[in-house]
Design a protein around this ligand. Structure first.
Ligand code: PLP
Length: 415
C-alpha cells in the first residue's frame, strides 16, 4: 500500500478479501461496526442452530440418553481437538472445560508438581489480572511459593528465569497493548533453565496462528468467547503436551478426570489422557454454541486469517494517525505487525468518554483502565470499510469534542 487509500481503494480491498463471505454466517447488523470481538465474539447462525437442537431435541426429547446418543460426554475432547488444529496441537492434548482462570490454576499446579524442589512462579506485572490472581491462589496453597513479576522484580521476563523457577506463566498477546511474544524463543529459554511454560492464548486462539507442538510448549490455556465466538461465558480450553500427560496432576480431581467415572469407585485414579484435566459436568448448552462456532472455524485457514488481520490493523493505524493527528491519541500497540496481535490500542487522556461516544455512534470497542481505547479486529466478520467508517466517526468525535458531553462520563460496571 502506498500513500493513504481512499474509499474506492478500500472497497476494492473488501472485494478481493478471500474471507468476505464469512460475515454472512454471523448475526451482525449491517450498520454496526463491531470492534470488540476480542472481548465477546459475535453470534453465528451455526451457534443458534446448535443451541436450538441441543435444547429442543437432545435435552427436550432425548433427555438423559443424550449423554450417549448425542455425544455429550465426549464433546469436551472432540471440541478440544478442533481448537487444537487452530493452535498447532495434535489431537489428544486439548480439552474444553471450565474457565480460563480455573485452567490456569490446574496448569500451574500441574507444572509445579512436575518441578519438585523449585518454588518460583514467574509472570508478568502487566498480565491480564486474573492470571496473577490465580497464581496468588496457587501460591496460597503451596507454602514457600514465590511469585516473581516482570516489570516489578526485573524489567523483562527473561531476566527472571533461573534454576529456582518451576513455571513461567505468560500471555501470548497482551490484552491491553496487543503486544505479541515470541512463543518458541521464550519457551526454549525457560526450558533451558529447567522451567516449564504455561501460555495464555486468550487473545491468540482465533486471532493468529500458533504452533504449540512445534514450539515445544508445555501447557496452554485460553478462552473461547473472544475471537473463537463461542458465546458469553463459553467454556475455556487447556492444552497439555503429550510428554507430560502421564505425570501431570491437577488438584481439581473431580469425577470427569477419573479413569473410570462410571465405575463409581471410592478413590481417585486419573484418566491416562487429557481427560484428567476436566473436573465435573460441563454446561452442554454453552458447549453446543461453541460447537456451532467451530463449524465455521473448521473452514478457516489461519495463515489467511492472519494476513487479513494484519491488513486490517495496519489500515486502522494508518488512517487514525493520518486523520486524527493533533487530537491527543498515542499508539499503544506495536507498530510492527509481526509483534502485534489482532487489536490496536491508543491512549487518550479521556479514553473512557471517547469510547462511550464511539459506542453511541455505533462503533463498539472498549476501554481499559486507566487510559486505553482498544479495538479488536476479527477477520471473519470485519470489513475494510468498517475500518474506514470507524475512523470517520472517531475523527468527528475528536474534532467536534462530542465526547465531552456529561453523559459519556457515567461509568458502568463492565467496561
Ligand atoms: C479474557 C482473559 C481471561 C479471562 O478469564 P476467564 O476465566 O474466562 O474470565 C484470562 N486471561 C486472559 C489473558 C484474558 O485475556
Amino acid at each position: 500500500m502506498t500513500g493513504i487509500p481512499d474509499l474506492a481503494a478500500i472497497e476494492a480491498m473488501d472485494a478481493a478479501d478471500p474471507l468476505r463471505t464469512m460475515r454472512d454466517r454471523f448475526d451482525l447488523p449491517d450498520d454496526l461496526i463491531y470492534l470488540d470481538g476480542n472481548s465477546l465474539g459475535v453470534a453465528s447462525k451455526a451457534a443458534y442452530g446448535e443451541i436450538e437442537k441441543a435444547a429442543r431435541e437432545e435435552w427436550g426429547q432425548g433427555l438423559i440418553r443424550s449423554w450417549n446418543t448425542a455425544g455429550w460426554f465426549d464433546m469436551p475432547v472432540e471440541l478440544g481437538d478442533r481448537i487444537g488444529r487452530l493452535i498447532g496441537a495434535a489431537p489428544g492434548q486439548t480439552v474444553v472445560a471450565d474457565t480460563t482462570s480455573i485452567n490456569i490454576y490446574k496448569a500451574l499446579h500441574a507444572a509445579m508438581g512436575l518441578r519438585p524442589g523449585r518454588n518460583v512462579i514467574v509472570a508478568e506485572g502487566g498480565s491480564f489480572p486474573t492470571d496473577l490472581y490465580m497464581a496468588e491462589g496457587v501460591a496460597s496453597t503451596r507454602p514457600g511459593t514465590v511469585l516473581r513479576l516482570e516489570g516489578v522484580d526485573a524489567p523483562t521476563i527473561e531476566d527472571l528465569i533461573d534454576e529456582e523457577v518451576a513455571v513461567v506463566l505468560v500471555n501470548h498477546v497482551n490484552y491491553k497493548s496487543g503486544e505479541l511474544r515470541d512463543m518458541a524463543v521464550l519457551t526454549e529459554k525457560a526450558q533451558a533453565a529447567g522451567a516449564l511454560v504455561v501460555w495464555d492464548l486468550c487473545h491468540t486462539a482465533g486471532a493468529l496462528p500458533v504452533d504449540l507442538d512445534g514450539s515445544n510448549v508445555d501447557f496452554a490455556v485460553g478462552c473461547s468467547y473472544k475471537y473463537l465466538n463461542g458465546g458469553p461465558g463459553a467454556p475455556a480450553f487447556i492444552y497439555v503436551a503429550k510428554r507430560h500427560l502421564a505425570d501431570a496432576q491437577q488438584p481439581l480431581s473431580g469425577w470427569w478426570a477419573h479413569a473410570r467415572p462410571f465405575a463409581f469407585e471410592q478413590g481417585f485414579a486419573a484418566d491416562a489422557g487429557i481427560r484428567r484435566f476436566q473436573c465435573g459436568t460441563q454446561g452442554i448448552l454453552s458447549m453446543r454454541a461453541l460447537k456451532g462456532a467451530l463449524d465455521i472455524w473448521d473452514q478457516v485457514e489461519m495463515a489467511v486469517l492472519r494476513q487479513k488481520s494484519i491488513a486490517l490493523t495496519d489500515l486502522f493505524i494508518l488512517l487514525v494517525e493520518s486523520r486524527c493527528g493533533g487530537h491527543g491519541l498515542t499508539l499503544e500497540s506495536p507498530r510492527d505487525s509481526s509483534r502485534r496481535g489482532s487489536q490496536v490500542s491508543f491512549e487518550h487522556e479521556n479514553a473512557y468518554a471517547v469510547m462511550q461516544a464511539l459506542i453511541e455512534r455505533g462503533v463498539i470497542g472498549d476501554f481499559r483502565a486507566p487510559a486505553t481505547i482498544r479495538f479488536g479486529f476479527t477477520p471473519l466478520y470485519t470489513r475494510f470499510r468498517d475500518v474506514w467508517q470507524a475512523v470517520e466517526i472517531l475523527e468527528d468525535i475528536l474534532r467536534t469534542g462530542a465526547w465531552k458531553d456529561a453523559r459519556f462520563a457515567v461509568k458502568s460496571a463492565v467496561t
